[in-house]
Design a protein around this ligand. Structure first.
Ligand SMILES: Nc1ncnc2c1ncn2[C@@H]1O[C@H](COP(=O)(O)OP(=O)(O)OP(=O)(O)O)[C@@H](O)[C@H]1O
Ligand SMILES: [Mg+2]
Length: 512
């Protein structure tokens, strides 16, 4: 039997032999120096082999990304621990580009652009790491957008339908309900299998908290990821946030799932990028934005796609948000984004003030690819709606001057007012396809024309329970249901007519 000391001696001899065999050669490392640092950017010298987008480690823990390679110096954006970097600090290249954790472990979490938890939960056990900047799927790997993505907001699903894999811009002045539409769309996905990624860029902490709270309260937070680059985060971190969020979303798309990516908002992203670029002394272009601002946004949004069946058939739908100044759609960043995306939902501050919420201006909004993807049950009912509504808006202007109108015009106007009242929808009250079909059918069959305007809200509120008791299969309709059969339509019409009568009756008898 060997004693303990024998075992130890054996082990020591073995170790000595192993160490002897290991080649310990001198290692060559280039060490650069920070020339100057401040406001989230740094200039670095002495690392001529650095490649574009390479991560550099500054002694003390700060990490920077090389974004400008010039002879003699490198312009960097600080991503992390920016206050730990000081002029003169040694810097080393890493040979790596920026990567973020991706995978199931992120679902239900709030993280920053580097994938570090912000929700007080434990560290994220990522499946793998993915570069934040990746090329978009090639044309041959894409399929046509043909599957609807319901937003639960009637005016959008009826007149500006979205398809999975589409890029639709939500644009409007400040505080016109842009975030509210995106949040409602996320909440609506509680009844689907879509994974939602919400990227907050340069937002106030209180606004971000409101969004997360709403999704936790009404939505399916276990299928959402919140990627947050708040207004007080390092500019580099805010700048990288949409790319990181997109990589996290892409992981699910490549696994064959459907993903919704909300980018709130790209105007602030452009402003942060302008700030970084000016600090790095890049030549400013129009409105002082750097020349590649169009490129960086199109490169990001091109990553939204519907993949072909051979690539798993997943999709990434992007809802970027942009802010306008005084409704000016032809400013630089808004026109850029409008031309990159497949359509825009324009929110009008005037409508918002008139309490028409959501304040979607149907005339100035468009969805260029979603029409083909509209839910089959909704499509036949929504076809003429856009036209009827536009006609009404035009006529209504005249009646403002107290013009006497003929009977036919009066009826168009009364009907238009009903359409507008049905399109008015409170926040968080997202509709299922069944409810949307019922509301649109009630409009198409003119059942609401006898209901007083102020009772339309009550009609909507009572609809679900009413149908659950009388026409439960109407509520079962979803994105994949076929259009109503004529018998089904007649049955639903009957139930809706009874509800309209009940609601109108209540108002006559002075009830409610
Ligand atoms: N459909 C709605 N019904 C009632 N109130 C709404 C509706 N949509 C938005 N609001 C309210 O309008 C306000 C502004 O909404 P929101 O924050 O979504 O606008 P925003 O355009 O994202 O603003 P910001 O420019 O600050 O990001 C909020 O107080 C919100 O509760
Ligand atoms: Mg907002």
């Amino acid at each position: 039997m060997t004693s303990l000391t024998d075992t130890f001696h054996q082990w020591a001899a073995h170790s000595r032999e192993r160490i002897g065999r290991t080649p310990l050669e001198p290692r060559l490392a280039r060490i650069g120096r920070v020339l100057q640092v401040g406001d989230g950017v740094a200039m670095i010298a002495g690392l001529p082999d650095t490649r574009l987008d390479e991560l550099l480690e500054i002694e003390g823990g700060a990490v920077a990304q090389a974004v400008d390679l010039a002879e003699g110096s490198i312009g960097c954006v600080l991503l992390d621990e920016a206050d730990k970097a000081a002029a003169g600090s040694p810097v080393q290249g890493t040979g790596e580009v920026m990567r973020v954790p991706v995978g199931e472990a992120l679902l239900g979490r709030v993280v920053d652009a580097l994938g570090r938890p912000l929700d007080g939960g434990g560290a994220i056990a990522a499946q793998s790491l993915s570069p934040v900047d990746r090329p978009a799927p090639a044309i041959v790997d894409r399929a046509l957008v043909d599957t609807p993505l319901s937003t639960g907001v009637l005016v959008i699903d009826a007149t500006l339908p979205l398809g999975r894999g589409q890029r639709e811009l939500i644009i409007g002045d400040r505080a016109t309900g842009k975030t509210a539409i995106a949040v409602d769309t996320i909440i609506r996905q509680r009844a689907s299998d879509v994974v939602c990624v919400y990227a907050a860029i340069g937002q106030k902490a209180s606004s971000v908290a409101r969004v997360i709270d709403a999704v936790r309260r009404y939505g399916a937070p276990e299928r959402c990821i919140f990627v947050v680059g708040e207004a007080d985060a390092a500019p580099g971190l805010q700048w990288i946030t949409p790319y990181a969020a997109c990589s996290m979303a892409e992981h699910f798309m490549e696994a064959g799932r459907d993903v919704l990516l909300v980018l709130d908002d790209l105007t602030k992203h452009a402003a942060v990028y302008r700030e970084i670029s000016l600090l790095l002394r890049r030549p400013p272009g129009r409105e002082a934005y750097p020349g590649d601002i169009f490129y960086i946004h199109s490169r990001l949004l091109e990553r939204a796609a519907k993949l072909s069946a051979e690539r798993g058939g997943g999709s990434l739908t992007a809802l970027p948000i942009a802010e306008t100044q005084a409704g000016n759609l032809s400013a630089y960043i808004p026109t850029n984004l409008i031309s990159i995306t497949d359509g825009q939902i324009y929110l009008d501050p005037r409508l918002f003030q008139e309490n028409q919420k959501p304040a979607v201006d149907v005339g100035r909004s468009v969805s260029r690819v979603g029409g083909k993807a509209q839910a089959a049950a909704v499509k036949p009912l929504a076809e003429s709606l856009r036209l009827e509504y536009a006609q009404f808006l035009e006529l209504e202007v005249f009646t403002r001057f107290g013009t006497l109108v003929d009977e036919r015009t009066r009826r168009i106007i009364e009907h238009g007012r009903r359409i507008r009242a049905v399109f008015t929808q409170p926040q968080f009250a997202v509709l299922t396809v069944g409810e949307e079909v019922a509301l649109l059918l009630a409009l198409a069959e003119r059942l609401l024309d006898e209901v007083p305007l102020e009772r339309i809200g009550a009609f909507r509120e009572r609809l679900r329970d009413w149908l659950a008791a009388r026409q439960p299969d109407a509520l079962e309709l979803d994105d994949s249901s076929p259009a109503l059969s004529s018998a089904g339509r007649a049955r639903l019409r009957e139930a809706l007519a009874a509800l309209a009568q009940a609601v109108a009756g209540e108002s006559r008898s002075g009830g409610a």
